[in-house]
Write a protein that binds this ligand. Sequence first.
Ligand code: AN7
Length: 378
Amino acid sequence: MNADGGRYTGLIERYRARLPIAADARVISLGEGDTPLLRLTHLVRDAGADVELYVKLEGLNPTGSFKDRGMTVAVTQAVAEDSRAIICASTGNTSAAAAAYAARAGIRSFVLIPHGKIALGKLAQAMMHGATVLQIRGNFDAGMQLVKEVAANAPVTLVNSVNPYRIQGQKTAAFEIVDALGRVPDYHCLPVGNAGNITAYWIGYSEYAGCAGTAACRFCAGTCPYAWPPVTDRRPVMCGYQAAGAAPFLRGEPVEHPETVATAIRIGNPQSFSQAQAASQESGGWFAALSDDDILDMQQRLAEREGVFCEPASAIAVAGALRDIGSGRIPAGSVVVCTLTGHGLKDPDIAIQRCAGRVLEIESRREAVERAILDRLR
Ligand code: AN7
């Protein structure tokens, strides 16, 4: 037992041997990782499907999204390099995580966000944690271009997923899934925006399959130092889902004006495009697109039928998985994991709009309350 009495202290400590963090580094952590892997029952039964379907609840990370996994490693490394400030462009979640981990580290954060297209909860987080919030008259892709140029000149560390330490942290979600299931899932389904996460999962699964550090590893071609004996000999098929209005992977090229209600994945020019394409091909997987209606329907069904409240961008993974299960593309008997990337409370506006009319205005009298109950239970 260590000085912390063995309590969980974050993913760097848990997976330290597989992460590029110096032994004497000051670890910047908020206790991220170790998120639940929940089995869905009602939605599977509703669909008449014969699969084991799990959701990885990444919205239960400290800032409410999977971005914390990458940020703990990226900010730990930035501090180890004596960086005094970090910068990112973001559709919201990266900025929330960057702001929080910078606060924890005692350094400055600068975040570029697209005008008017960021969920309220995410903006509140960046502001509350003391980030300098720069709202640009442009979209995420324009912001990404700007921060790459700025970080090349100014004394700030870029913490978008082009920073390889981000990807290293995010790969740990794949480890957790295999560790929790005691096996590799047959299919892994997730939303794809800037494409860092699908890249990270594939690296994590590949590492557990003993591919990393070998010439066969498409990502490092044998240069990465984390050559481990395989934990398993299998890897899942990777299924990436995009909003129909922001689907560069289906077009095969960048989309100039991406639009979707799922603002988190309103991205037209993904920075990890080629890595994600390689992961998809190598795994025998595919990309598919869903409409905004499909996304919002599934967000609501997850909330109503399973008690799981995720943000719209996250629901796309389950919408896509169930559609592909229904068509047989994902065969019966499969073990399927979907990543629910962010918490539903991030975007209260969308949820409240969606549920308009669900609040009953009644008089402040016992009879009125009782009538409302009896009406509903009839
Ligand atoms: C909830 O915060 O890009 O394909 O700037 O917030 O790894 O980009 C967010 C992305 C999925 C897509 N789900 O992941 C940002 C940002 C949620 C997200 C994605 C994002 P990537």
